[in-house]
Design a protein around this ligand. Structure first.
Ligand code: DER
Length: 242
């Protein structure tokens, strides 16, 4: 099975298992979440799902949902979601996540915190023993004096030893720069990707230190949020719960 086939498997399964008619659903961002969005559109079109309201986690997910005719609302009118479905860049054994490879971490976290159930969909390549080395940790920062903020982020004890890299090119491409302009998120902010040689020792501590640093808007550590992770591997689909 190709990686795309694995992503489609988990995207569809998450919707089939967790989305029921009448729900308010958070729609994630990225190549795996796009399959979940596709499935919601398909089931609405076939009539198998009715009365769904969706809250997108990025401009590009909003555009995909609009193309599929999925009715959209925002947290301003719907602060309580039944379920949110999204991908992740890394999943550790405690189901703590690194997200933000697609540059959507702020809106994703805002939406996913409001969901009664947060379903994470990954192919097995995202599983890791410790967060960090497998995927740079994105941190969304304000553009004002961003070099100053990047220095302060890199100096935090809980992320000591990381290499901080300002994301260039499109915000959606993860840490692989694809242009010479500074990447700008949907919210008009910059992203600094933290590159680790060793696993982050205490993700919850790092989350707290990052969040309390003035100039940091939010970060890609999603701690103690996961309801279930649906994993597609070459030997089939498995589900993990905390
Ligand atoms: O940017 C994000 O948070 C995405 O959800 C990312 O974590 C997973 O993207 P992918 O499904 O394209 O790998």
């Amino acid at each position: 099975l190709t990686q795309d086939e694995l992503k489609k498997m988990v995207g569809y399964k998450a919707v089939d298992d967790y989305v029921k008619s009448g729900m308010v659903v958070g729609l994630g961002t990225g190549s795996t979440a796009a399959f979940a969005v596709e499935r919601v559109g398909e089931l609405l079109k076939s009539g198998e799902l009715t009365d769904i309201l969706a809250v997108p986690t990025s401009v590009r997910t909003k555009e995909q949902a609009e193309e599929l005719g999925i009715p959209l609302v925002t947290l301003d009118t719907h602060s309580e979601l039944d379920v949110a479905i999204d991908g992740a860049d890394e999943v550790d054994p405690n189901l703590q996540l690194v997200k933000g490879g697609g540059g959507a971490l702020l809106r994703e976290k805002l939406v996913e915190i409001c969901a009664e159930k947060f379903i994470v969909i990954v192919d097995e390549s995202k599983l890791c023993d410790g967060l960090g080395p497998g995927f740079p940790l994105p941190v969304e920062i304000t553009p004002f004096c961003h070099e100053h903020t990047i220095r302060k982020v890199a100096a935090l004890p809980s992320v000591a030893g990381c290499k901080a890299q300002l994301r260039m090119g499109s915000a959606a491409t993860g840490a692989a720069p694809d242009g010479d302009e500074i990447a700008v998120t949907d919210n008009g902010n910059y992203i600094v990707d933290l590159i680790f040689e060793e696993p982050i020792k205490d993700p919850a501590k790092a989350a707290e230190e990052l969040k309390s640093l003035c100039g940091v808007v939010d970060h890609g550590l999603f701690c103690n949020m996961t309801t279930a992770v649906i994993i597609a591997g070459s030997d089939g689909i498995s589900v993990k719960t905390p």
